[in-house]
Design a protein around this ligand. Structure first.
Ligand SMILES: C[S@@+](CC[C@H](N)C(=O)[O-])C[C@H]1O[C@@H](n2cnc3c(N)ncnc32)[C@H](O)[C@@H]1O
Length: 353
């Protein structure tokens, strides 16, 4: 028994050190990836020496050595008997698995510096880390003005998770034969353009903040959709936001997670005001308690802290029950609840209660 306790503590101490050094491992991995070293090792399946890596990348042997020693301890590479290095399965995925690289780029480029201010963000309920990116109250005001590499990582992250779900969401939304859809928080206009490609009659109105709306309408125009995709500038956090009335459907994708629960109730109430008795409101979100794999919940909970430190200081990835409560408080009810849209999403289709 004592032996077992000792072992458990030993394992726990090992796990604790992984957390203590997590930022070092993360930055070492980013460097190995962006310097092309992981790729080089990945291509040399039988192993490659530090000297040859240094020669091929132009990085000093010292630099290659310190990075690879850390990577070996983290299980990313393995040193062979002849001292050369080969990639492990974890290293392979860190180098080339799309979800992993998208997550890493987002954490590095958008969140890393700002997360240093997490404690302040929690205490003040403000996105205290956002000052590392720009002088905005929320990240959404600054999305269209982010540095190009930061903006790319933000959009890659957002689109990676919605793109796949969009394909499966189209038949769900169009089974009700909508002719006019409001795309609330339409962002780059991707969903609106997908709808126009899916159905040749539908008209779309994108609702978003001014900077983002301009970007969406520019994209729509470049894709020859200017006669079917319209814009409606709106700040849904303003005192009394008014959405256009009379649409057949209102679409909110990866949108309500950008707000606190009282704000969600306010936005859903504004949607209710715009809805007729046959209007469907489709809310597509990723819920922490609707995931098939623990790892997906882990990623979503990590994303919640991006909202805390960087985005707005008061929102998160919610549990489905929390959204149901907001829907009910706004005077709406869920008519249909569909899980497994794409890999991680749920669509709640709501009508007036
Ligand atoms: C996470 S993105 C969602 C993107 C898109 N719907 C998707 O599924 O990929 C959130 C969008 O909400 C918009 N947004 C954030 N705060 C807003 C506000 N107060 N009023 C209107 N739009 C807002 C942002 O500009 C952004 O385009």
């Amino acid at each position: 028994m004592r032996e077992q306790q000792k072992d458990t503590s030993f394992d726990a101490i090992v796990e604790a050190q992984k957390i203590a050094f997590a930022p070092v491992v993360f930055q070492a991995t980013m460097s190995l990836r962006r310097l092309g070293i992981l790729n080089l090792i990945s291509k040399n399946r039988k192993g490659i020496s530090i000297e040859n890596i240094a020669k091929e990348t132009g990085i000093s042997e010292y630099g290659v050595d310190v990075l690879l020693e850390m990577a070996e301890s983290a299980g990313i590479v393995q040193q062979l008997e002849d001292k050369s290095y080969k990639i492990t399965k974890v290293g392979f995925f860190l180098n080339s698995h799309r979800m992993t690289t998208v997550n890493m780029d987002f954490i590095n480029d958008v969140c890393y510096k700002g997360l240093f201010h997490l404690e302040e963000a929690i205490k003040e309920e403000k996105p205290a880390g956002l000052k590392e990116l720009g002088p905005w109250k929320t990240i959404y005001e600054g999305l269209s003005k982010l540095q190009p590499d930061v903006q790319k990582s933000w959009f890659d992250f957002d689109h990676y998770y919605s793109d796949d779900a969009f394909e499966q969401a189209l038949p769900i939304v169009f089974k009700h034969k909508p002719k006019w859809i409001l795309d609330v928080g339409g962002n780059t206009g991707k969903w609106s353009m997908k709808c126009c490609n899916f159905n040749e009659d539908v008209k779309m109105t994108i609702l978003d903040l001014p900077g983002q709306l301009n970007m969406a309408l520019k994209n729509a125009k470049e894709n020859n959709f200017e006669e079917r995709i319209f814009g409606h500038e709106i700040d849904l956090l303003s005192e009394k936001p008014v959405m256009p009335k009379g649409a057949d459907a209102i679409w909110m994708s990866q949108f309500l997670d950008c707000f606190s629960k009282p704000e969600i109730i306010k936005i859903l109430s504004a949607a209710k005001e715009a809805m007729g008795k046959n209007t469907k409101l489709h809310i597509m979100e990723t819920y922490t308690d609707r995931q098939d794999f623990e790892n997906a919940s882990f990623c979503l909970r990590g994303t919640s802290l991006y909202f805390t430190a960087m985005a707005n200081g008061n929102s998160k990835m919610y549990r489905a029950g929390e959204m149901y409560e907001c829907i009910m408080k706004a005077g709406l009810k869920v008519e249909e609840d569909i899980d497994n849209v794409g890999e991680f999403h749920t669509i709640l289709t709501c009508v007036k209660a």
